[in-house]
Ligand binder design. Structure first.
Ligand code: FO1
Length: 471
Protein backbone atom coordinates (compact mmCIF):
# COMPACT_ATOMS: atom_id res chain seq x y z
CA UNK A 1 0.00 0.00 0.00
CA UNK A 2 1.19 3.52 -0.65
CA UNK A 3 0.46 6.36 1.73
CA UNK A 4 -2.91 7.99 1.21
CA UNK A 5 -3.43 11.56 0.06
CA UNK A 6 -6.21 13.73 1.49
CA UNK A 7 -9.15 11.57 2.47
CA UNK A 8 -12.82 12.37 1.85
CA UNK A 9 -13.86 11.22 5.31
CA UNK A 10 -12.95 13.48 8.27
CA UNK A 11 -10.16 12.14 10.49
CA UNK A 12 -12.45 12.28 13.52
CA UNK A 13 -15.07 10.06 11.90
CA UNK A 14 -12.90 6.93 12.06
CA UNK A 15 -10.34 5.47 14.40
CA UNK A 16 -7.57 3.00 13.84
CA UNK A 17 -8.21 -0.20 15.81
CA UNK A 18 -5.11 -1.89 14.45
CA UNK A 19 -2.18 -0.66 12.41
CA UNK A 20 -0.41 -2.99 10.00
CA UNK A 21 3.13 -3.77 11.11
CA UNK A 22 6.05 -1.50 10.16
CA UNK A 23 7.67 -4.39 8.30
CA UNK A 24 4.61 -4.83 6.09
CA UNK A 25 4.66 -1.11 5.42
CA UNK A 26 8.31 -1.18 4.42
CA UNK A 27 7.68 -4.03 2.01
CA UNK A 28 5.17 -1.73 0.28
CA UNK A 29 3.07 -4.74 -0.56
CA UNK A 30 0.13 -3.98 -2.74
CA UNK A 31 -2.75 -5.55 -0.83
CA UNK A 32 -5.86 -7.23 -2.11
CA UNK A 33 -9.34 -5.82 -1.65
CA UNK A 34 -10.52 -3.40 1.00
CA UNK A 35 -13.14 -5.31 2.99
CA UNK A 36 -16.01 -3.45 4.62
CA UNK A 37 -17.45 -5.68 7.36
CA UNK A 38 -20.97 -4.24 7.53
CA UNK A 39 -22.59 -4.58 10.92
CA UNK A 40 -24.75 -1.83 12.28
CA UNK A 41 -25.09 0.42 9.24
CA UNK A 42 -26.86 -1.77 6.72
CA UNK A 43 -27.33 0.65 3.82
CA UNK A 44 -25.73 1.78 0.56
CA UNK A 45 -26.84 5.41 0.76
CA UNK A 46 -25.35 7.95 3.18
CA UNK A 47 -22.95 5.51 4.78
CA UNK A 48 -19.61 6.96 5.99
CA UNK A 49 -18.11 3.48 6.43
CA UNK A 50 -18.82 2.57 2.81
CA UNK A 51 -17.60 5.99 1.61
CA UNK A 52 -14.37 5.49 3.58
CA UNK A 53 -13.88 1.96 2.23
CA UNK A 54 -14.32 3.13 -1.37
CA UNK A 55 -12.08 6.16 -0.82
CA UNK A 56 -9.28 4.03 0.67
CA UNK A 57 -9.62 1.44 -2.09
CA UNK A 58 -9.31 4.17 -4.72
CA UNK A 59 -6.11 5.47 -3.09
CA UNK A 60 -4.56 2.04 -3.18
CA UNK A 61 -5.98 0.96 -6.54
CA UNK A 62 -7.68 -2.09 -5.12
CA UNK A 63 -11.32 -3.24 -5.24
CA UNK A 64 -13.88 -3.05 -2.40
CA UNK A 65 -16.11 -5.83 -1.15
CA UNK A 66 -18.80 -5.77 1.54
CA UNK A 67 -18.97 -8.68 3.97
CA UNK A 68 -21.78 -9.44 6.41
CA UNK A 69 -21.80 -12.08 9.11
CA UNK A 70 -25.11 -13.63 10.09
CA UNK A 71 -24.70 -15.00 13.61
CA UNK A 72 -26.37 -18.32 14.49
CA UNK A 73 -27.69 -16.60 17.57
CA UNK A 74 -27.65 -12.82 18.02
CA UNK A 75 -28.73 -11.67 21.49
CA UNK A 76 -31.97 -13.64 21.35
CA UNK A 77 -33.23 -12.15 18.06
CA UNK A 78 -36.33 -13.86 16.63
CA UNK A 79 -38.13 -14.07 13.27
CA UNK A 80 -39.48 -10.53 13.68
CA UNK A 81 -36.05 -8.87 13.80
CA UNK A 82 -34.07 -11.29 11.64
CA UNK A 83 -36.69 -11.32 8.87
CA UNK A 84 -36.68 -7.52 8.82
CA UNK A 85 -32.90 -7.42 8.68
CA UNK A 86 -32.44 -10.08 5.99
CA UNK A 87 -35.12 -8.60 3.71
CA UNK A 88 -33.31 -5.28 4.01
CA UNK A 89 -29.99 -6.91 3.19
CA UNK A 90 -31.44 -8.65 0.15
CA UNK A 91 -32.39 -5.26 -1.28
CA UNK A 92 -28.97 -3.92 -0.28
CA UNK A 93 -27.11 -6.64 -2.18
CA UNK A 94 -28.86 -5.71 -5.45
CA UNK A 95 -28.49 -1.98 -5.08
CA UNK A 96 -24.82 -2.28 -4.05
CA UNK A 97 -24.11 -4.19 -7.26
CA UNK A 98 -26.36 -2.11 -9.52
CA UNK A 99 -25.29 1.34 -8.34
CA UNK A 100 -21.65 0.77 -7.34
CA UNK A 101 -20.67 -2.63 -8.78
CA UNK A 102 -19.56 -3.73 -5.31
CA UNK A 103 -20.07 -7.41 -4.41
CA UNK A 104 -21.75 -8.50 -1.16
CA UNK A 105 -20.61 -11.60 0.71
CA UNK A 106 -22.76 -13.27 3.34
CA UNK A 107 -21.14 -15.49 5.96
CA UNK A 108 -22.84 -17.58 8.60
CA UNK A 109 -21.45 -18.47 12.00
CA UNK A 110 -18.97 -16.71 14.26
CA UNK A 111 -17.56 -13.45 12.89
CA UNK A 112 -14.27 -14.00 14.75
CA UNK A 113 -13.69 -16.90 12.36
CA UNK A 114 -15.48 -15.95 9.15
CA UNK A 115 -14.08 -12.41 8.84
CA UNK A 116 -10.34 -13.21 9.40
CA UNK A 117 -10.67 -16.22 7.06
CA UNK A 118 -12.20 -14.05 4.37
CA UNK A 119 -9.49 -11.39 4.79
CA UNK A 120 -6.86 -14.06 4.27
CA UNK A 121 -8.65 -15.44 1.21
CA UNK A 122 -8.76 -12.10 -0.56
CA UNK A 123 -5.37 -10.97 0.79
CA UNK A 124 -6.95 -7.83 2.17
CA UNK A 125 -4.73 -5.25 3.82
CA UNK A 126 -7.51 -2.99 5.10
CA UNK A 127 -10.62 -3.97 7.05
CA UNK A 128 -13.18 -1.20 7.50
CA UNK A 129 -16.03 -1.72 9.93
CA UNK A 130 -18.84 0.39 11.34
CA UNK A 131 -19.25 1.22 15.02
CA UNK A 132 -21.47 -0.16 17.79
CA UNK A 133 -20.95 0.48 21.51
CA UNK A 134 -22.34 -2.91 22.55
CA UNK A 135 -19.93 -5.07 24.54
CA UNK A 136 -20.33 -8.21 22.40
CA UNK A 137 -19.53 -6.33 19.21
CA UNK A 138 -16.49 -4.67 20.78
CA UNK A 139 -15.21 -8.02 22.05
CA UNK A 140 -15.53 -9.60 18.60
CA UNK A 141 -13.67 -6.71 16.99
CA UNK A 142 -10.87 -6.98 19.54
CA UNK A 143 -10.60 -10.69 18.84
CA UNK A 144 -10.58 -10.10 15.09
CA UNK A 145 -7.76 -7.55 15.46
CA UNK A 146 -5.77 -10.22 17.31
CA UNK A 147 -6.48 -12.87 14.71
CA UNK A 148 -5.78 -11.02 11.46
CA UNK A 149 -2.26 -11.05 10.07
CA UNK A 150 0.45 -8.39 10.54
CA UNK A 151 -0.26 -6.95 7.14
CA UNK A 152 -3.83 -5.88 7.95
CA UNK A 153 -4.96 -2.46 9.20
CA UNK A 154 -8.41 -2.14 10.83
CA UNK A 155 -10.44 1.09 10.71
CA UNK A 156 -13.65 1.63 12.65
CA UNK A 157 -15.97 4.33 11.25
CA UNK A 158 -18.80 5.85 13.29
CA UNK A 159 -21.42 5.82 10.53
CA UNK A 160 -24.32 5.81 12.99
CA UNK A 161 -24.00 8.99 15.02
CA UNK A 162 -24.11 12.47 13.54
CA UNK A 163 -21.16 13.52 15.71
CA UNK A 164 -18.77 10.56 16.07
CA UNK A 165 -19.08 9.18 19.58
CA UNK A 166 -15.43 9.62 20.54
CA UNK A 167 -15.38 13.20 19.22
CA UNK A 168 -18.60 14.26 21.01
CA UNK A 169 -17.32 13.25 24.42
CA UNK A 170 -14.48 11.27 25.93
CA UNK A 171 -16.38 10.38 29.10
CA UNK A 172 -19.63 9.09 30.52
CA UNK A 173 -22.13 11.96 30.39
CA UNK A 174 -24.51 12.55 33.26
CA UNK A 175 -27.56 13.63 31.26
CA UNK A 176 -28.79 15.20 28.03
CA UNK A 177 -27.97 18.58 29.57
CA UNK A 178 -24.26 17.78 29.81
CA UNK A 179 -23.98 16.32 26.28
CA UNK A 180 -26.25 18.72 24.37
CA UNK A 181 -23.84 21.69 24.34
CA UNK A 182 -20.90 19.53 23.23
CA UNK A 183 -22.89 18.07 20.33
CA UNK A 184 -24.39 21.38 19.24
CA UNK A 185 -20.93 22.94 19.09
CA UNK A 186 -19.77 20.21 16.73
CA UNK A 187 -22.80 20.13 14.42
CA UNK A 188 -21.43 22.72 11.94
CA UNK A 189 -18.47 20.39 11.38
CA UNK A 190 -20.36 17.09 11.26
CA UNK A 191 -23.93 17.77 10.17
CA UNK A 192 -22.84 18.20 6.56
CA UNK A 193 -24.03 16.75 3.29
CA UNK A 194 -22.57 13.44 2.12
CA UNK A 195 -20.12 13.39 -0.80
CA UNK A 196 -21.38 11.63 -3.89
CA UNK A 197 -20.15 8.05 -3.96
CA UNK A 198 -19.28 6.42 -7.27
CA UNK A 199 -18.24 2.95 -8.31
CA UNK A 200 -14.66 2.09 -7.15
CA UNK A 201 -11.97 2.70 -9.80
CA UNK A 202 -10.67 -0.86 -9.53
CA UNK A 203 -13.35 -3.48 -10.04
CA UNK A 204 -13.69 -6.82 -8.31
CA UNK A 205 -12.79 -9.36 -10.98
CA UNK A 206 -13.38 -12.57 -9.05
CA UNK A 207 -16.61 -14.48 -8.83
CA UNK A 208 -19.56 -12.78 -7.14
CA UNK A 209 -21.33 -14.93 -4.60
CA UNK A 210 -24.85 -16.23 -5.08
CA UNK A 211 -26.94 -15.97 -1.91
CA UNK A 212 -29.94 -18.17 -1.27
CA UNK A 213 -32.09 -15.43 0.30
CA UNK A 214 -35.27 -17.46 0.25
CA UNK A 215 -33.56 -20.30 2.12
CA UNK A 216 -31.89 -17.96 4.64
CA UNK A 217 -35.13 -16.13 5.38
CA UNK A 218 -37.19 -19.32 5.65
CA UNK A 219 -34.63 -20.68 8.11
CA UNK A 220 -34.68 -17.66 10.49
CA UNK A 221 -38.47 -17.49 10.27
CA UNK A 222 -38.90 -21.09 11.35
CA UNK A 223 -36.20 -20.96 14.06
CA UNK A 224 -37.57 -17.72 15.52
CA UNK A 225 -41.28 -18.42 14.91
CA UNK A 226 -42.16 -17.70 18.55
CA UNK A 227 -42.09 -13.98 17.69
CA UNK A 228 -43.35 -13.72 14.10
CA UNK A 229 -42.78 -10.93 11.61
CA UNK A 230 -45.10 -7.91 11.56
CA UNK A 231 -46.73 -6.48 8.46
CA UNK A 232 -46.94 -2.78 9.27
CA UNK A 233 -43.31 -1.84 8.78
CA UNK A 234 -41.77 -2.62 5.41
CA UNK A 235 -38.02 -3.33 5.64
CA UNK A 236 -35.22 -1.86 3.53
CA UNK A 237 -33.62 1.39 2.44
CA UNK A 238 -36.29 2.32 -0.08
CA UNK A 239 -39.07 1.85 2.47
CA UNK A 240 -37.05 3.81 5.04
CA UNK A 241 -36.75 6.83 2.72
CA UNK A 242 -40.48 6.58 2.00
CA UNK A 243 -41.22 6.73 5.73
CA UNK A 244 -38.91 9.73 6.10
CA UNK A 245 -40.04 11.82 3.20
CA UNK A 246 -42.33 9.88 0.88
CA UNK A 247 -45.30 11.51 -0.77
CA UNK A 248 -47.88 9.07 0.65
CA UNK A 249 -47.44 9.20 4.40
CA UNK A 250 -43.86 10.41 4.89
CA UNK A 251 -42.93 11.81 8.29
CA UNK A 252 -41.46 15.05 7.00
CA UNK A 253 -43.95 15.46 4.17
CA UNK A 254 -47.18 14.62 6.00
CA UNK A 255 -46.75 14.14 9.74
CA UNK A 256 -44.08 16.52 11.03
CA UNK A 257 -46.46 19.37 11.90
CA UNK A 258 -47.89 17.67 14.99
CA UNK A 259 -44.77 15.84 16.14
CA UNK A 260 -44.08 18.07 19.13
CA UNK A 261 -47.65 17.72 20.44
CA UNK A 262 -48.60 14.15 19.44
CA UNK A 263 -45.50 12.04 19.89
CA UNK A 264 -46.32 11.09 23.48
CA UNK A 265 -49.97 10.33 22.82
CA UNK A 266 -50.35 6.54 22.52
CA UNK A 267 -53.64 7.01 20.66
CA UNK A 268 -51.73 8.64 17.84
CA UNK A 269 -49.03 6.18 16.80
CA UNK A 270 -48.53 8.14 13.57
CA UNK A 271 -47.54 11.12 15.71
CA UNK A 272 -44.15 9.42 15.98
CA UNK A 273 -41.62 9.45 13.17
CA UNK A 274 -41.82 5.61 12.81
CA UNK A 275 -38.13 5.66 11.86
CA UNK A 276 -36.74 3.74 14.82
CA UNK A 277 -36.53 0.22 13.24
CA UNK A 278 -34.75 1.70 10.21
CA UNK A 279 -32.32 3.63 12.40
CA UNK A 280 -31.63 0.56 14.52
CA UNK A 281 -30.69 -1.63 11.53
CA UNK A 282 -28.93 1.27 9.85
CA UNK A 283 -31.33 1.11 6.89
CA UNK A 284 -31.45 4.91 7.09
CA UNK A 285 -28.82 7.38 8.29
CA UNK A 286 -29.66 9.64 11.25
CA UNK A 287 -27.58 12.33 9.55
CA UNK A 288 -29.79 12.15 6.44
CA UNK A 289 -32.92 12.44 8.64
CA UNK A 290 -31.41 15.45 10.41
CA UNK A 291 -30.38 17.19 7.18
CA UNK A 292 -33.85 16.78 5.67
CA UNK A 293 -35.64 17.83 8.88
CA UNK A 294 -33.44 20.91 9.30
CA UNK A 295 -34.59 22.19 5.90
CA UNK A 296 -38.11 22.44 7.33
CA UNK A 297 -37.25 24.43 10.44
CA UNK A 298 -38.76 27.65 9.11
CA UNK A 299 -42.12 25.92 8.60
CA UNK A 300 -42.37 23.86 11.80
CA UNK A 301 -39.66 25.06 14.14
CA UNK A 302 -40.98 23.44 17.33
CA UNK A 303 -41.51 20.00 15.79
CA UNK A 304 -38.15 20.08 14.00
CA UNK A 305 -36.36 21.04 17.22
CA UNK A 306 -38.09 18.25 19.19
CA UNK A 307 -37.26 15.75 16.46
CA UNK A 308 -33.59 16.78 16.32
CA UNK A 309 -33.37 16.56 20.11
CA UNK A 310 -34.64 12.94 20.03
CA UNK A 311 -32.75 11.96 16.89
CA UNK A 312 -29.37 13.45 17.75
CA UNK A 313 -28.98 14.36 21.42
CA UNK A 314 -31.01 11.54 23.01
CA UNK A 315 -29.87 8.80 20.62
CA UNK A 316 -26.23 9.81 20.86
CA UNK A 317 -26.53 10.03 24.65
CA UNK A 318 -27.58 6.36 24.62
CA UNK A 319 -24.51 5.41 22.62
CA UNK A 320 -22.40 7.46 25.05
CA UNK A 321 -23.88 5.53 27.99
CA UNK A 322 -23.33 2.09 26.47
CA UNK A 323 -19.79 2.94 25.35
CA UNK A 324 -18.51 4.46 28.59
CA UNK A 325 -20.56 2.45 31.12
CA UNK A 326 -19.55 -1.22 31.03
CA UNK A 327 -22.64 -2.11 33.13
CA UNK A 328 -25.09 -0.50 30.72
CA UNK A 329 -27.74 -3.17 31.30
CA UNK A 330 -27.47 -3.82 35.03
CA UNK A 331 -28.15 -2.07 38.31
CA UNK A 332 -24.40 -1.54 38.67
CA UNK A 333 -24.69 0.98 35.82
CA UNK A 334 -27.07 3.23 37.79
CA UNK A 335 -25.75 6.33 39.53
CA UNK A 336 -24.90 5.99 43.22
CA UNK A 337 -28.03 7.91 44.38
CA UNK A 338 -30.33 5.68 42.32
CA UNK A 339 -28.70 2.42 43.43
CA UNK A 340 -28.96 3.54 47.04
CA UNK A 341 -32.61 4.56 46.85
CA UNK A 342 -33.58 1.36 45.01
CA UNK A 343 -31.77 -0.74 47.62
CA UNK A 344 -33.34 1.25 50.48
CA UNK A 345 -36.75 0.32 49.09
CA UNK A 346 -35.99 -3.19 47.80
CA UNK A 347 -37.73 -4.72 50.85
CA UNK A 348 -40.89 -2.56 50.60
CA UNK A 349 -44.12 -4.48 50.39
CA UNK A 350 -45.45 -4.80 46.80
CA UNK A 351 -49.21 -4.82 46.34
CA UNK A 352 -48.97 -7.15 43.34
CA UNK A 353 -46.08 -9.40 42.38
CA UNK A 354 -46.02 -11.13 38.99
CA UNK A 355 -43.65 -13.65 37.42
CA UNK A 356 -41.80 -13.05 34.16
CA UNK A 357 -44.27 -15.39 32.40
CA UNK A 358 -47.30 -13.52 33.77
CA UNK A 359 -45.82 -10.21 32.67
CA UNK A 360 -44.93 -11.58 29.25
CA UNK A 361 -48.52 -12.69 28.63
CA UNK A 362 -49.88 -9.40 30.08
CA UNK A 363 -51.77 -11.24 32.82
CA UNK A 364 -51.87 -8.29 35.20
CA UNK A 365 -54.79 -6.51 36.80
CA UNK A 366 -53.99 -3.15 35.22
CA UNK A 367 -55.99 -2.40 32.03
CA UNK A 368 -53.42 0.06 30.65
CA UNK A 369 -50.70 -2.59 30.89
CA UNK A 370 -48.01 -1.57 28.45
CA UNK A 371 -48.19 2.17 28.39
CA UNK A 372 -45.90 2.70 31.37
CA UNK A 373 -44.78 -0.88 31.34
CA UNK A 374 -41.18 -0.63 32.53
CA UNK A 375 -42.20 1.52 35.54
CA UNK A 376 -44.87 -1.04 36.39
CA UNK A 377 -42.41 -3.92 36.21
CA UNK A 378 -40.40 -2.21 38.95
CA UNK A 379 -43.56 -2.06 41.06
CA UNK A 380 -44.66 -5.63 40.31
CA UNK A 381 -41.51 -7.67 40.83
CA UNK A 382 -39.66 -8.59 43.98
CA UNK A 383 -36.49 -6.56 43.35
CA UNK A 384 -35.09 -3.93 40.96
CA UNK A 385 -32.44 -6.17 39.34
CA UNK A 386 -35.16 -8.65 38.38
CA UNK A 387 -37.36 -5.81 37.08
CA UNK A 388 -34.54 -4.52 34.89
CA UNK A 389 -33.70 -7.92 33.47
CA UNK A 390 -37.37 -8.62 32.63
CA UNK A 391 -37.77 -5.20 30.98
CA UNK A 392 -34.70 -5.77 28.79
CA UNK A 393 -35.79 -9.33 27.99
CA UNK A 394 -39.23 -8.18 26.80
CA UNK A 395 -37.86 -5.21 24.87
CA UNK A 396 -35.25 -7.30 23.07
CA UNK A 397 -37.64 -10.13 22.32
CA UNK A 398 -40.61 -8.22 20.92
CA UNK A 399 -39.45 -4.83 19.67
CA UNK A 400 -38.14 -4.49 16.15
CA UNK A 401 -35.52 -2.14 17.56
CA UNK A 402 -34.51 -4.22 20.60
CA UNK A 403 -30.79 -4.82 21.30
CA UNK A 404 -30.17 -1.12 20.69
CA UNK A 405 -28.38 1.34 23.01
CA UNK A 406 -31.63 3.36 23.05
CA UNK A 407 -33.49 0.27 24.34
CA UNK A 408 -30.99 -0.40 27.13
CA UNK A 409 -31.03 3.26 28.14
CA UNK A 410 -34.84 3.37 27.98
CA UNK A 411 -35.04 0.49 30.49
CA UNK A 412 -32.26 1.99 32.63
CA UNK A 413 -34.05 5.37 32.63
CA UNK A 414 -37.38 3.87 33.69
CA UNK A 415 -36.08 1.59 36.40
CA UNK A 416 -32.72 3.00 37.46
CA UNK A 417 -33.14 6.74 36.90
CA UNK A 418 -30.28 6.94 34.37
CA UNK A 419 -30.12 10.41 32.73
CA UNK A 420 -32.94 11.48 35.07
CA UNK A 421 -32.98 13.25 38.43
CA UNK A 422 -34.24 12.22 41.88
CA UNK A 423 -37.92 12.84 42.73
CA UNK A 424 -40.02 12.83 45.92
CA UNK A 425 -39.35 9.62 47.82
CA UNK A 426 -42.13 7.02 47.94
CA UNK A 427 -42.48 3.26 48.59
CA UNK A 428 -40.85 0.79 46.17
CA UNK A 429 -39.69 3.51 43.72
CA UNK A 430 -37.66 5.46 46.27
CA UNK A 431 -36.54 8.61 44.45
CA UNK A 432 -36.98 7.11 40.95
CA UNK A 433 -39.56 8.98 38.86
CA UNK A 434 -43.02 7.57 39.54
CA UNK A 435 -45.87 7.07 37.09
CA UNK A 436 -49.37 5.81 37.77
CA UNK A 437 -52.78 5.27 36.24
CA UNK A 438 -54.11 8.65 37.45
CA UNK A 439 -51.16 10.38 35.81
CA UNK A 440 -51.90 8.64 32.52
CA UNK A 441 -55.53 9.79 32.74
CA UNK A 442 -54.36 13.38 32.98
CA UNK A 443 -52.10 12.97 29.95
CA UNK A 444 -54.30 11.11 27.46
CA UNK A 445 -57.66 9.41 26.90
CA UNK A 446 -57.01 6.17 28.78
CA UNK A 447 -60.34 4.53 27.88
CA UNK A 448 -59.84 5.37 24.22
CA UNK A 449 -56.36 3.86 24.41
CA UNK A 450 -57.63 0.64 26.02
CA UNK A 451 -60.27 0.26 23.29
CA UNK A 452 -57.63 0.93 20.63
CA UNK A 453 -55.23 -1.65 22.16
CA UNK A 454 -58.05 -4.23 22.31
CA UNK A 455 -58.76 -3.72 18.61
CA UNK A 456 -55.08 -4.26 17.82
CA UNK A 457 -54.90 -7.43 19.94
CA UNK A 458 -58.07 -8.87 18.40
CA UNK A 459 -56.77 -8.15 14.91
CA UNK A 460 -53.51 -9.88 15.66
CA UNK A 461 -55.34 -12.90 17.20
CA UNK A 462 -57.43 -13.22 14.03
CA UNK A 463 -54.33 -13.07 11.85
CA UNK A 464 -52.62 -15.72 13.98
CA UNK A 465 -55.66 -18.01 13.74
CA UNK A 466 -55.78 -17.61 9.96
CA UNK A 467 -52.05 -18.30 9.74
CA UNK A 468 -52.36 -21.46 11.86
CA UNK A 469 -55.24 -22.66 9.68
CA UNK A 470 -53.05 -22.29 6.59
CA UNK A 471 -50.20 -24.38 8.09
N1 FO1 B 1 -25.66 -7.62 12.81
C1 FO1 B 1 -24.83 -8.50 12.25
O1 FO1 B 1 -23.77 -8.10 11.78
N2 FO1 B 1 -25.14 -9.84 12.17
C2 FO1 B 1 -26.29 -10.35 12.67
O2 FO1 B 1 -26.49 -11.56 12.60
C3 FO1 B 1 -27.18 -9.43 13.30
C4 FO1 B 1 -28.41 -9.84 13.83
C5 FO1 B 1 -29.24 -8.92 14.46
C6 FO1 B 1 -30.45 -9.33 15.03
C7 FO1 B 1 -31.26 -8.42 15.67
C8 FO1 B 1 -30.86 -7.09 15.77
O3 FO1 B 1 -31.66 -6.23 16.43
C9 FO1 B 1 -29.69 -6.65 15.20
C10 FO1 B 1 -28.88 -7.55 14.53
N3 FO1 B 1 -27.67 -7.14 13.92
C11 FO1 B 1 -26.82 -8.05 13.34
C12 FO1 B 1 -27.39 -5.70 13.79
C13 FO1 B 1 -26.41 -5.02 14.71
O4 FO1 B 1 -25.44 -5.83 15.20
C14 FO1 B 1 -27.00 -4.23 15.85
O5 FO1 B 1 -27.96 -3.39 15.34
C15 FO1 B 1 -25.96 -3.47 16.65
O6 FO1 B 1 -25.12 -4.30 17.33
C16 FO1 B 1 -26.59 -2.51 17.63
O7 FO1 B 1 -25.67 -1.67 18.11
Amino acid sequence: MKASTKAIVEQGRFRVLKERSKRSNQQQQCGGAVVYWMFRDQRVRDNWALIHAVDQANHFNVPVVVAFNLFDQFLGAKARQLGFMLRGLQELQSSLMETLQIPFFMFQGEAVETIPNFLRECEASLLVTDFSPLREVRKWKEEICNRVGDSVTVHEVDAHNVVPLWVASQKLEYSARTLRGKINKLLPEYLIDYPKITSPLTKWMEETPVIDWEGLIANVLSKGAEVPEIGWCEPGETAAMEVLSGSKDGFLTKRLKNYSSDRNNPLKPKGLSCLSPYLHFGQISAQRCALEARNLRKLHSQSVDSFLEELIVRRELSDNFCFYQPHYDSLLGAWEWARKTLMDHAGDKREHVYTKEQLESAKTFDPVRWMYWAKKILEWTTEPEEALSIAIYLNDKYELDGRDPSGYVGCMWSICGVHDQGWRERPVFGKIRYMNYEGCKRKFDVDGYIAYAKRLVNGSKKRKKAWLARQ
